[in-house]
Design a protein around this ligand. Structure first.
Ligand code: XMP
Ligand code: MG
Length: 180
């Protein structure tokens, strides 16, 4: 069922499920014999992470970080503030940053620098969505669910003003909703 505020569904539940399964299998293969620490970036990556880890078949731990870019609305400023830091040290661990979406790349660039300085054994990035058209800085992405066009999307963890995170698909809202 489509929410009345939704203009179009970009990725439906089936497409997301299949891709998340593939990513889980690939991570399982790539880290055979190791254990991994998935660092979910709150709140957007919460649902993706929850589904992804259930498709990973090696010892998997998780921790979370919450960050906010200064400024509001749909534009990223690049200045990042930590709202919630990791609970534990990541030194010597195989860390995978789990993001909902990489847009300009500024948030991820900050996260990578920040986490590298804490001395993980390895550091990789897994994002559900990538909007390559909007990139301002080059960032390495090891696992990408889907590349999408430059449109503001909601659902499956992603929000507009904190709403619509619970939609089970990725969608674009009607113009009048974004105007408020
Ligand atoms: P940057 O530009 O730093 O942005 O790569 C990453 C963060 O910006 C938010 N973002 C979105 N959130 N729908 C959303 O709900 C979108 O289409 C979108 N594009 C960027 C998101 O918080 C992400 O972590
Ligand atoms: Mg958001």
């Amino acid at each position: 069922m489509m929410h009345p505020h939704v203009e179009k569904i970009l990725l439906d539940e089936k497409q997301i499920n299949e891709r998340v399964k593939q990513l889980g299998r690939q991570i399982t293969q790539d880290y055979q014999g190791e254990s991994i620490l998935m660092v979910g970036i709150l709140k957007g990556a919460m649902i993706f992470l929850a589904d992804l880890v259930r498709n990973i078949d090696i010892p998997t731990y998780f921790d979370f970080m919450a960050v906010s870019s200064y400024g509001s609305g749909t534009v990223s400023s690049g200045v990042v503030r930590i709202l919630k830091d990791l609970d534990k040290s990541i030194e010597g661990k195989h860390v995978i940053i789990v993001e909902d979406i990489v847009d300009t790349g500024l948030t991820l660039q900050y996260l990578l620098e920040n986490m590298k300085s804490r001395g993980p054994a390895t550091l990789k990035v897994c994002t559900l969505l990538d909007k390559p058209d909007r990139r301002k800085v080059e960032v390495p992405i090891d696992y990408n669910g889907f590349s999408i066009p430059d449109e503001f999307v909601v659902g499956y963890g992603l929000d507009y003003n904190e709403r619509y995170r619970n939609l089970p698909y990725i969608a674009v809202l009607k113009q009048e909703i974004y105007k408020g």
